[in-house]
Design a binder for this molecule. Sequence first.
Ligand SMILES: Nc1ncnc2c1ncn2[C@@H]1O[C@H](COP(=O)(O)OP(=O)(O)OP(=O)(O)O)[C@@H](O)[C@H]1O
Length: 289
Amino acid sequence: MKNVVEFKGVTKHFKDFSLEDVHLQIRQGCVTGFIGANGAGKSTTMKLMMNLLKADAGDINVFGLDYASNEKEIKERMGFVYDSNVFYESLNLKDIRRIVAPAYKNWNDKQFFDYIKKFELPLNKGMKTFSKGMQMKASLAMALSHDAEFIMMDEPTAGLDPVFRRELLDILQEIMEDGRRTLFFSTHITSDLERIADYITFIQKGKILFNDSIEDVQNRYALVKGSMDVINRDVEKMFIKIERSSYGFTALTNDVAGVKAVLGDRVTMEPATVEDIMFYAKGAEKQNV
Ligand SMILES: Nc1ncnc2c1ncn2[C@@H]1O[C@H](COP(=O)(O)OP(=O)(O)OP(=O)(O)O)[C@@H](O)[C@H]1O
């Protein structure tokens, strides 16, 4: 499988935050969800991906090309989809089309008008009248109209009502069907991942903790429950984090086979959700999550 984006040893330092030695691959034809707590470094990573920020060290390739000599080609082939209006508020979609279309070699007018109709967007109303969801759809219509192969979205479903959210996720699933596009989106809504993502990239404090298929993530982690008397130093080493209560403990493990072998039926194990993994990984006792 080819990678649309590759980060090799990418580092970016701010005064109080660093992205450290990031290695990341985004697989072609797949949907990758990008998760991590507030301030973990998601927007910084996406800005580096779009060359809006320059890395202090490391290499970033998009479509196998580097920004230094191929910025125009990369930007032609990628689309960043956002939910805020970057145009004058009084402009409508017809005006915006007139401004945006000439910037792209591959602009397809028919596609644009088809998507505007499909997304039920008004052509003649000022962008200031658009809700967050409508802005998102308008931005997506534009990315699809210049035939972006790689679509990046920053929290596409944040602030959308549940019906609209589902509709947008269905649209995203539909545009992925022909296998030509790659989608990378950040989110705090973990149910979105379970609905549409093939891969999950998890960032914590500027470090990528994993970048794996949903299936691998689900197979690797489990929640373990039991009474405190099974806990000792060796058992603790198999857990990423342990939550203790008067009833016993609940812990996240990434060593399912080890826990089974050592503790057997003295504990119960259940699948960990992405939300469980994020919760337990925060302040983890174990180094390798
Ligand atoms: N230009 C900048 N100068 C200094 N610090 C910055 C800059 N941009 C981001 N940061 C810091 O880098 C850290 C990571 O920010 P980033 O926006 O990448 O996080 P995020 O994961 O996208 O968070 P959220 O989920 O809240 O949007 C934060 O502590 C932020 O304050």
